[in-house]
Design a protein around this ligand. Structure first.
Ligand SMILES: Cc1cc2nc3c(=O)[nH]c(=O)nc-3n(C[C@H](O)[C@H](O)[C@H](O)COP(=O)(O)O)c2cc1C
Length: 308
């Protein structure tokens, strides 16, 4: 089975990807960029170029993700990515955030199947590279996925990653795995599963539900909680405290080089601790202080208290 690192805006940029690759890269078959948006004047901003430039992603099998609601804009970004050598781009049909979905992008696109069909027809006609899709199962009702799968089946989707939650469920409740299994059976395109995978038991359940045929799983928050998760799913060792310390040090130094001042560096590290915190029972007080601390020197003392 292939394991992918999910796109996570604000987290899985090139600095994070390179640190994960160095310390926990075993078994990560693909990395996805956080979504790139369409701009009026140019295909990619300098910040986006910096994130996807091949020299910042050496040895990383990277798939850039695009968030768009107009085919022309999508194809402009896709062409620029193809010029940089990317052979696959991913279309985001999953983002539930109001600022995105209310404009008909991300999971907001799923409530207008006719417009989506037209959009897909135009991008698959005009593309230079393979296009994979990451989608939710609908807006407000799981039955919507039947007709969405029919639409996806009209196109040569390189891989359809299904996060089996509805737009309005955000990340709440359990994923609708029953809907995933039905969609898996009906899809004529290769399917990847995404959503709440944190252990081998989760993968075993998905394999059982697909008759042992599921070929790929995309993991997001599970990797933030335990960056060795994919390595463990591939038979490798769990994360040692020493490895975690080195991984966090690498992130701290690389972010410090990228950003001006300590604040944005602290923000990035705290965001990770939001996910890793529960992995350290008994260290709640230190974690709470770390999440509130205002300087990197304070942060380092607290990190030492947590990790020993
Ligand atoms: C902080 C954060 C940022 C995210 N950004 C993106 C994004 O840019 N593109 C995308 O398709 N999904 C994004 N997602 C959704 C994840 O890729 C994934 O679908 C979701 O977290 C469910 O998978 P998981 O349970 O393995 O985390 C984001 C999720 C989180 C928590």
């Amino acid at each position: 089975m292939d394991h992918y690192l999910a796109p996570m805006e604000g987290i899985t940029g090139y600095i994070y990807r390179n640190a994960v690759k160095e310390y926990f890269g075993v078994g990560i078959a693909k990395y996805f960029t956080p979504f790139l948006v369409v701009h009026e004047k140019r295909a990619l901003t300098s910040k986006e170029m910096n994130d996807i430039s091949p020299e910042h992603n050496e040895g990383i099998n990277l798939v850039p993700q695009i968030l768009a609601d107009d085919a022309e804009g999508f194809l402009r970004v896709e062409a620029a990515l193809s010029d940089l050598g990317y052979k696959e781009v991913n279309l985001n049909l999953g983002c539930p955030s109001k600022t995105v979905a209310n404009k008909g992008r991300g999971s907001g696109f799923l409530s207008d199947p006719m417009a989506l069909d037209e959009f897909l027809m135009r991008i698959y006609e005009g593309r230079h590279s393979e296009i994979s899709i990451k989608t939710r199962i609908g807006t407000a009702d799981t039955d919507e996925f039947d007709s969405l799968i029919e639409i996806f089946n009209r196109y040569p989707v390189k891989e359809l990653t299904i996060h089996p939650r509805l737009r309005y469920e955000y990340y709440k409740g359990s994923p609708h795995r029953d809907v995933f299994y039905k969609g898996y059976a009906r899809s004529e395109n290769p399917v990847c599963y995404n959503g709440d995978v944190c252990s081998q038991a989760d993968v075993d359940e998905l394999l059982a539900g697909t008759g042992g045929r599921l070929e790929s799983v995309m993991i997001g928050r599970g990797m933030l909680k335990d960056p060795s998760l994919i390595r463990r799913l591939n038979g490798g060792a769990p994360c040692s405290k020493q490895e975690l310390k080195e991984f966090l040090k690498r992130l701290r130094l690389d972010y410090s080089q990228l950003f001006c001042g300590e604040r944005p560096v602290l923000q990035k590290l705290k965001e990770l601790w939001n996910y890793m915190g529960p992995m350290f029972p008994g260290r709640e007080a230190a974690i709470k202080s770390l999440l509130k601390c205002r300087s990197l020197s304070e942060y380092r003392v607290l990190e030492m208290q947590i990790l020993g």
